[in-house]
Design a protein around this ligand. Structure first.
Ligand code: NAP
Length: 247
């Protein structure tokens, strides 16, 4: 992607940026010239590795660890960061987990942890950032990391699918609230992407994907990078599947 001279001053936050899709998104946005703030929960070594990769390619990265499911931690950490460094121009709501089980055997803890991490985090992260972003009067970008499961449902994932469908609805509603401020809000909905979350897929599942392979994190990063670019300025309230034709 070409480096826009305007991106240099536009800080962006990527949640869950230490590994997998979030890492690829962070590398893509840093390559486009955005100073990237890398959030993660606990894997500091991996996050430092991402920051080092960005810096060695000439980009700018900072670490900002906090648990997106912890409202007070989000409020405190983001509040301090905003005071010190000013508003974010863009946010990628990527941090997420699975805790799969058929409904008949799902535990309270599995339901609550997935809802809190994948969906309540939307409120926890966006709420402190949105007014500073609006007051900056420079437009902006918010991208939610939804999923094929959120579009189509998936057995064993009632909790996860509910969060990913909820994220689409939350992002669409926010898109309508922020449209007059030129802040676009969209989701991407990956299918099976090769990360720690989804490692080896059984062959019969790969066979159901029209492109007959898993996706790469970089293929998700590229679409998020496009949505952050000037050329995507008229796209808002949409969800873009990145799933090899699955949906
Ligand atoms: P991953 O490899 O397991 O990485 C998850 C990332 O989220 C890590 O950076 C992790 O940080 C961070 N994280 C987890 N819980 C967190 C919390 N409470 N607070 C802050 N950060 C947290 O996952 P992935 O496959 O890249 O998935 C990234 C996103 O894409 C998720 O929202 C997932 O639902 C979505 N997605 C993935 C696929 C797929 O096939 N992989 C498909 C569709 C959608 P630590 O390193 O510190 O643990």
């Amino acid at each position: 992607m070409s480096i826009s001279k305007d991106s240099v001053s536009k800080r962006v936050l990527v949640t869950g940026a230490s590994r997998g899709i979030g890492r690829a998104v962070a590398l893509e946005l840093a390559g486009a010239g955005f100073p990237v703030v890398l959030n993660y929960r606990s894997n500091e070594e991996a996050a430092r590795g991402v920051a080092a990769e960005i810096e060695s390619a000439g980009g700018r990265a900072e670490l900002l660890p906090f648990d997106v499911s912890d409202r007070e931690a989000c409020r405190a950490t983001l509040g301090t960061d905003l005071e010190r460094n000013g508003p974010f121009w863009g946010v990628v709501l990527n941090a997420g987990i699975t805790a799969d089980a058929p409904m008949a055997s799902m535990k309270d803890e599995q339901w609550d942890r997935v809802i809190d991490t994948n969906l309540t985090s939307f409120y926890n992260v966006v709420r402190p950032l949105v007014m500073p972003m609006v007051r900056m009067r420079q437009g902006g970008r918010i991208v939610g990391m939804s999923s094929f499961s959120g579009l189509r449902g998936n057995r064993g994932q009632t909790n996860y699918a509910a969060t990913k469908a909820g994220l689409i609805a939350a992002c669409r509603s926010l898109a309508f609230e922020l449209a007059k401020r030129e802040i676009t809000v969209n989701c991407v909905a990956p299918g099976f992407i090769a990360t720690d979350m989804v490692q080896d897929l059984p062959d019969e599942l790969v066979e159901t994907i029209p492109l007959k392979r898993m996706g790469k994190p970089e293929e998700v990063g590229a679409v998020v990078g496009f949505l952050f670019g000037d050329r995507a300025g008229y796209i808002t309230a949409q969800t873009i599947p990145i799933d090899g034709g699955l949906s």
